[in-house]
Design a binder for this molecule. Sequence first.
Ligand SMILES: [Zn+2]
Length: 402
Amino acid sequence: MVQSAALTSLVEHACREVPYYQQLFREHGLKPEHIRTVEDLPRIPSTSKADLLKCDPDALLSRSADRARLHYDCSSGSSGKPFGVHFDRCYIQNRNLRFLRGLWAAGYRPGKRLMLMTDRGDSKGRPWMNWKQVSVEMEAQEMLGTLRKFRPQVLYGFGTPLRNLIEFCKSSGEVWPADCRVVWTAETLDPCTRRHLESITGSPICDFYGMTEMGLVAWQCSAQQGYHLANESIVSELVPLSQQSADRQLILTNLTLYAMPLIRYETGDLAELMEADTCSCDSRLPRLRQVQGRVIDTLKFPDGHRISPYALINRLELVAGLNAFQVIQRREDHVDLTVQVPYDRRSAVDAQIRNILAEVIQPYASFDIHYTQRLDMNRPGKFRCVRSDLLTDSPCEPDSLS
Ligand SMILES: [Zn+2]
């Protein structure tokens, strides 16, 4: 009900003020009055990042927005094309509150020491709030020193630098600070990585899912039973990739972004909804069971068969001793799996991994397994544990939230 009222108002605004939506509605014979409830939303065609990149950037902005006062942010995108999003002050307040709400669910309380490891690490943070920002570029050794000195009770950070820090802590023979909760963001937290890192930190890691265009979309609370959706601010739909496909793409409508409305925005991420029941944290917000990886990382084979990233992740997570892995498809008829396993565990995991690939990949393509002591995660862009290099038209990339 609240969502529908906010949606009606947003759609009326977009059709009155934003050339892109005026044209989209005109082309599809739609009028704002056709969209009265959330159930009417699928009548509006979805919009991908590629669609928006083709537009004149001015056509995406509200005519009534005070351009000089808009905040600009850039979403990187694995296709390499930057995509600019403009925010008004009201939206930024809503985005910040959503971020705080997610942090609260992860155990943060005002006054606690919070360390943010982001690409905005050069800013001074908010020392009066006990917040400290550090750059993701900082070396793990220096980062660990900063962590020891600042003693955060909550550490929020991008996936790869977090992993580097936690693994460095272990390899240096140090013990992870017992009262430091970890919040992971901006990269898929696959079950192997989670298990491996939690065995070092000794406490659950909360995963946040969001993107520059939307801010925080869904978060894990400390109960870790799915991802709570920010339902009051964002309408989430799960739409099948095709009529035959069981894979569903997450499509989002931000109800508070008026300067540059994003209505039925294709995230490029596959996800699965949880059945309606209440989380043990008592929140009634609907939940995603998991974010299943990127649509572009769906493996595609010569006969047209496709496998979602999670078909492999779900199987590989069952292999004990597998600390990290990466599946890369460079050709339709071949898949490479690189696994990070301690040397003395290789023979124990090899047969299990081979069986999984024989079952999941071999009917469609050949495969090779490569062993490494340490996966190379420093390739430009965010680490994806299942990566297809076949398709390059990336709709958008999960990005920084803070
Ligand atoms: Zn919960």
